[in-house]
Design a protein around this ligand. Structure first.
Ligand code: SIN
Length: 531
């Protein structure tokens, strides 16, 4: 009997949701650069958003998602991901997933930025991602092979189809791992910036591998900076969840002035892009910024992970004042996929942060990403199961001769320049300068057989930086997380337009699925959903 082989690159929530949804008749290999628990999902403090409360509805969750996304979300994807996501969460509840509960045993639903209802499910206080990964690991069947400390260095291609993955193990040996389907679930590219919340192993690999294979990448200009990383003496020490503000924390300058007052109707719970810009502005003026947590009496119980981050950083949490600054958190753009997670390259899927599904638009609503990871992991698995089992590509005896261009710079130089010119506030002339620098960097060609992992990571990040900067330069408006100080307004002419990169070049596309401002009301969305 023919067995279908699936190679999954990455081990976060999307990867494990996919692996756990495939029956034992599939030969699934999860390949991860470091340990199975190295992923962005693992670090997620804030939880999973779903319209579960009595006063909540899919229409309201949708309204908040579209509002945060600033007119750049794919409306159909938003509605069906939120619906499917809710079903998954109900299933988790039936299976006794340990969501936090109040003294009466009712699920405690928290609030985060730009949500108008309490709809965030947490676990372990602020350890939702970690508990989710443990839960999914228990669900995957024992036949799934997990390969740790092995890096995907290239994709195997045959006749325009993805036929497997080339990997390098910790001893530097190259392996050709043939597969009928390859799934990229390698996270985003937080390491491109000085301060970020990502696992250090997340270095744009999925994006760069897909690009090399000829896949389409889109929306790369939309990079979400989380407003509140604990940053002390210029060093970022970890995330301070938005849930802290949901429980009554607020942002101040060193004199105790509430800096979000008067800046947005939702003040400290404004969408992330707004809060990050205000904090960025204060820091640029030489101010120091803090989260005041004095209203949260049981902070250490509610937020054990943040308490431990504070302890490690030498911040006395009893003073209820945590120094913060924004840092790169999540990439809204990524490898373009359809509703099943299929990329534009046959045999290649992308899920989780690696993918651009259209859910997040120009600015992701808090706690929608674990939801997306679960939905698309499951969907990609369902799609794979519907394909005939033919084992065509397992017999492919390809050789790899992949070559990478590695720039002659240190990663820190790339991070410094991306942070100063491509982060929260962008400006045309500086983007041009940045682009000239990136495209003009001297480099050397290194074969995958000889390349070291740091060289490979630098090459991936450089590639992503070039595409991201081109997108930021081309998008002549401000929308969501893409803020151009030279053009600080959204432009209706850009509504629904996407910048798309492939190896063959860059183009602009009008996406008819993208939500239009004028037709938007919660009632209309409810009608379109349930009619
Ligand atoms: C947070 O806890 O603030 C992060 C949640 C998220 O990124 O969705």
């Amino acid at each position: 009997m023919s067995i279908k082989t699936i190679a999954v690159i990455g081990s976060g929530a999307a990867a494990l949701a996919l692996a756990s949804a495939l029956p034992p008749s599939y030969q699934v290999t999860v390949i991860t650069k470091k340990g199975i628990k190295n992923s962005n999902s693992r670090h997620a403090q804030g939880g999973i958003a779903a319209a579960y409360a009595k006063d909540d509805s899919i229409a309201s969750h949708m309204e908040d998602t579209l509002y945060a996304g600033c007119g750049h979300n794919d409306q159909n994807i938003v509605s069906d991901v939120l619906l499917d996501g809710k079903t998954i969460i109900e299933n988790f509840l039936e299976n006794d997933f340990p969501f936090d509960r109040d003294k009466q045993g009712k699920v405690s639903l928290g609030r985060e930025g730009a949500h108008t209802r309490n709809r965030i499910f947490h676990a372990g206080g602020d350890a939702t991602g970690s508990m989710l990964i443990d839960y999914l690991l228990k669900q995957i069947n024992s036949q799934i092979e997990v390969i740790e400390n092995e890096t995907a260095v290239d994709l195997l291609m045959k006749n325009g189809r993805c036929a497997g993955v080339v990997t390098k193990d910790s001893r530097g040996r190259i392996n050709l791992r043939h597969a009928d389907e390859v799934v990229l679930a390698a996270g985003g590219c937080g390491s491109l910036f000085q301060h970020h919340t990502n696992d250090p192993s997340v270095t744009g690999d999925g994006l760069s591998l897909a690009y090399r294979a000829g896949a389409e990448l889109t929306d790369l200009e939309f990079t979400q900076f989380h407003p509140t990383l604990l940053v002390k003496n210029g060093v970022s020490c970890g995330l301070v969840s938005e849930a802290v503000r949901g429980e009554g924390g607020f942002i101040t300058d060193q004199n105790g002035r509430r800096i979000m007052a008067g800046r947005h109707p939702l003040e400290d719970l404004a969408p992330r892009d707004v809060v990050s810009r205000v904090i960025h502005e204060e820091i640029a003026k030489g101010k120091r910024v803090y989260i005041d947590c004095s209203a949260i009496s049981d902070f250490e119980v509610r937020f054990p992970t943040i308490t431990s981050i504070c302890e490690k950083a030498g911040v006395d949490i009893r003073k209820r004042k945590i120094p913060v600054a924004p840092g790169m958190h999540f990439l809204m753009g990524g490898v373009s996929v359809n509703r099943w997670g299929e990329t534009t390259v046959p045999g290649l899927y992308a899920i989780g942060e690696t993918a651009c599904t259209g859910l997040h638009g120009a600015n992701r609503l808090a706690s929608n990403s674990l939801l997306e990871a679960l939905v698309f992991g499951k969907r990609a698995a369902e799609h794979i199961m519907r394909k005939p089992v033919d084992n065509r590509y397992s017999q492919f005896n390809g050789e790899t001769s992949g070559v990478y261009e590695v720039p002659n710079i240190e990663l820190s130089e790339l991070q410094n320049r991306m942070t100063s010119d491509m982060s929260i506030v962008r400006e045309k002339d500086r983007l041009i300068e940045m682009s000239n620098w990136l495209y003009g960097l001297p480099s050397q060609k290194i074969n995958v057989k000889d390349i070291t992992i740091p060289q490979l990571e630098l090459s991936h990040l450089w590639q992503v930086a070039k595409l991201m900067t081109s997108s930021a330069l081309l998008r002549e408006e401000s929308r969501g997380a893409h803020f151009r100080i030279d053009i600080p307004q959204a432009d209706a002419g850009w509504q629904g337009k996407q910048i798309v990169h492939t190896k063959k070049g860059t183009k602009m596309r009008k996406n008819e699925g993208i939500w239009r401002n004028e037709s938007f009301t919660a009632e209309k969305i409810a009608e379109s959903l349930f009619s």
